[in-house]
Write a new protein. Structure first.
Length: 191
């Protein structure tokens, strides 16, 4: 498949490293599909890389062709709305659950929102959701997936970037991608 026909998506649970991956892909030379509506903040000082049209995919996917050759973020719960008539390269971010929960709690605290369900309840919901998504993706031949550990990425970015380059089969600026990883932003580490 020619590079221009690819629709590249970065997905994962909230706080799993999707914004970092989008930033890395941009540094590597893949144009982001983003509208910059949600700017950087304390929880994502390098920006969120969101694209509002993604939220409407259940009702309207006509915008997908304009993202060919680019990459966008999509929250994992929306993946089920991807139409079967397109081909996708999906980079799915994984992160240790304790770190996801700690990061989410801090973000909600910064936003002044109550944390809602307990971490145990959220962990169960997230774990079940991930299992369902992985099963669903495995049944979709139009979606090629690469699972990337955020924890591995921040500890050994060179190895992970090589996997990404092989998966996407595109010329990428590997050094720029590696330089994007800012270990100082790895603030919610597992114990």
């Amino acid at each position: 498949m020619p590079i221009n026909d690819e629709i590249t998506i970065v997905s994962g649970l909230p706080r799993s490293g999707t914004s970092l991956m989008r930033k890395m892909l941009e540094a590597g030379g893949i144009e982001p599909a983003t509208d910059n509506i949600r700017g950087a903040d304390l929880d994502n000082p390098k920006g969120y890389y969101e694209f509002e049209k993604v939220k409407t995919i259940a009702e309207d996917s006509s915008w997908l062709p304009e993202t060919r050759g680019k990459a966008f973020k999509m929250v994992s719960i929306l993946l089920r709305n991807l139409p079967p008539n397109q081909r996708f390269k999906l980079i799915f971010m994984r992160r240790e659950m304790g770190e996801v929960l700690a990061s989410q709690s801090k973000m909600l605290e910064h936003m002044g929102k109550a944390s809602g369900p307990t971490n145990e309840q959220i962990a169960t919901l997230f774990t079940n959701h991930l299992a369902e998504i992985e099963t669903w993706v495995a049944q979709r031949p139009e979606i090629e997936v690469l699972y990337v550990s955020y924890n591995d990425l921040v500890q050994n970015p060179s190895a992970v970037v090589e996997r990404i380059k092989t998966f996407l089969n595109r010329p990428l600026n590997v050094d720029a991608m590696i330089a994007t990883v800012d270990i100082s932003l790895y603030r919610n580490r597992g114990r």
